[in-house]
Write a protein that binds this ligand. Structure first.
Ligand code: NAP
Length: 302
């Protein structure tokens, strides 16, 4: 039986590893180089993805499209696939009808760290164009070895997508037929992992600013023995890519607010991550000092 062609938008750290799971199963996987960096092109080449050139070109050939991109780009990526104008690109005379190159009638999977409300907006855009929609949320590192990474899926057609990953390093699990639930699970999970990482980093920066770091560590060793290592680990991950987590924290805050819960924890976490430098800092030893320096320096007036 002929295998479905899969479009991957885009081959970042996570997307390229997900694409590798699929190429190893014999699927043809397309990406779209238009507008993407050399780093994405390098990952796509290393993974054996075929370049469709543009998103429109990819949409015309794929039966399934996986959106794995920064959370703040999720809506724009869905619009680019369906040819839907966005708020930032008004079309004089009303919405532009999707051109033939945009005719995508397969299943669109949004696997980004977005709120259920954003997921439902993606669903609205996709379904209005005549395509199917499946909600997804990825938990774990890029799937290299089996048993470490889950792709949670929800929606009536979630089972079709889970089937693509059978026998791969990515454990795809259908949790419900309700779109939005996979995203809600991802939000609840990351609310703890990245939210507490931000809190620990802020606490380490505070102790440093007040010159009580050694005393805090001594107290933690006695009464909270897990925290010194946890704060070091949080700094190690955040040093290189923490700035990329700000948008995810905003999505979690929106999820909390939509459930009538206080959203301030995660708005603050977004502010913490926004203060981290975009230039990759060395992870590991020394990253705590680099991260707390960045948090304190950005907070200085002038
Ligand atoms: N990395 C992880 O360990 C991990 C774990 C769990 C879930 N996830 C989820 O996976 C998704 C992607 O994360 P990632 O770590 O793979 O990110 P990433 O490494 O930063 O890659 C993002 C990809 O999207 C492209 N991109 C960047 N800005 C874009 C924009 N404005 N419009 C369209 N495409 C854009 C990038 O292309 P260029 O850079 O070439 O422009 C790159 O190919 C996120 O929703 C994240 O929450 C990641």
């Amino acid at each position: 039986m002929r295998k479905v062609t899969i479009g991957l938008l885009h081959p970042g750290e996570m997307g390229s590893a997900v694409g590798a799971c699929l190429t190893r199963q014999g699927f043809g996987v397309l990406w779209a180089s238009d507008g993407r960096s050399r780093a994405s092109a390098g990952r796509a080449a290393a993974t054996g993805l075929r370049d469709a050139g543009t998103v429109a070109g990819l949409a015309g050939q794929a039966g399934v499209i996986l959106s794995i991109c920064p959370p703040q780009a999720a809506l724009a990526v869905a619009r680019s696939v369906t040819g839907t104008p966005g708020p930032d690109q008004p079309v004089p005379g009303g919405p532009r009808p999707a051109g033939p190159a945009h005719r995508f009638s397969g299943v669109y999977v949004d696997a980004n760290a977005v709120s259920p409300a954003t997921a439902r907006e993606v669903a609205r855009i996709v379904e209005a164009s005549g395509a199917g929609y499946v909600d997804g949320g990825i938990i774990g590192p890029p799937p290299i070895s089996a048993g470490e990474t889950r792709l949670y899926l929800s929606g009536p057609r979630a089972g079709e997508i889970a089937g693509l990953f059978a026998g791969t390093a990515l454990d795809a699990r259908v949790i419900s037929d309700r779109p939005g639930q996979a995203s809600a699970l991802k939000m609840a999970y990351a609310a703890w992992t990245k939210g507490t990482a931000a809190l620990l980093l802020a606490i380490r920066a505070l102790a440093r600013a007040e010159d009580v770091e050694a005393a805090l560590l001594a107290e933690w060793q006695q009464s909270q023995p897990a925290l010194p290592a946890r704060s070091e680990a949080a700094a190690s991950s955040a040093a290189g890519k923490g700035w990329r987590w700000a948008a995810e924290m905003e999505e979690i805050a929106a999820t909390m607010a939509a459930a009538s819960l206080p959203d301030g924890f995660h708005r603050s976490a977004a502010q913490i991550f926004t203060r981290l430098p975009r230039t990759p800092a060395a992870a590991g030893e020394g990253s705590l000092a680099a991260v707390t320096d960045a948090l304190l320096a950005t907070g200085q007036p002038g």
